[in-house]
Design a protein. Structure first.
Length: 157
């Protein structure tokens, strides 16, 4: 199986976010839980359908989103929940990514090169030089009571 650099990045990002979102709270940037929620009263879960949400970005995000869903499913199964067509809880996964540019500063004064001032006071300027592109993103996992359509838990990383 051959991966493109973008699909590999997305897959690794999704796996890392999935593991972080499903594990201990100290790995999540933020966790919000509705007070008084007793998850022991719920037995089943299901993933919200991307088509139902009309979320084309979710559908086109590559295989990484499926790895994230798998990680969430494993964690929920470990906690005693079973996946069902008519669940007690809906799990909604959202991912927002943006392309970023990595830079380094090129400053000839500190890079060891001799300072140069040419004719008519021409000189070298210090500037940021782009050296690479990468994806930066945030994953959010919401758990919603299916009957009441009420958000019970949200984890963001």
């Amino acid at each position: 199986m051959r991966f493109t650099p973008n699909s590999l990045r997305i897959m690794l990002l999704a796996m890392a976010l999935g593991l972080a979102a499903c594990s201990a709270n100290e790995r999540l940037a933020q966790v919000d839980q509705k007070t008084g929620v007793n998850f022991a009263t719920y037995k089943t879960y299901g993933f919200m359908d991307a088509v139902a949400r009309n979320d084309s970005a979710f559908q086109n995000s590559g295989t990484g989103i499926f790895d994230l869903k798998r990680a969430v499913a494993v964690e929920l199964a470990r906690r005693g929940f079973q996946q069902a067509a008519q669940p007690d809880l809906w799990v909604n996964i959202g991912i927002v990514t943006q392309e970023r540019t990595q830079t380094r500063q090129a400053n000839f004064q500190f890079d060891g090169a001799p300072q140069y001032i040419g004719q008519r006071h021409y000189h070298w300027d210090a500037r940021d030089v782009p050296v690479g592109q990468y994806q930066e993103g945030t994953a959010t996992i919401d758990i919603v009571d299916a009957a009441r359509k009420e958000q019970l838990w949200q984890g963001t990383t």
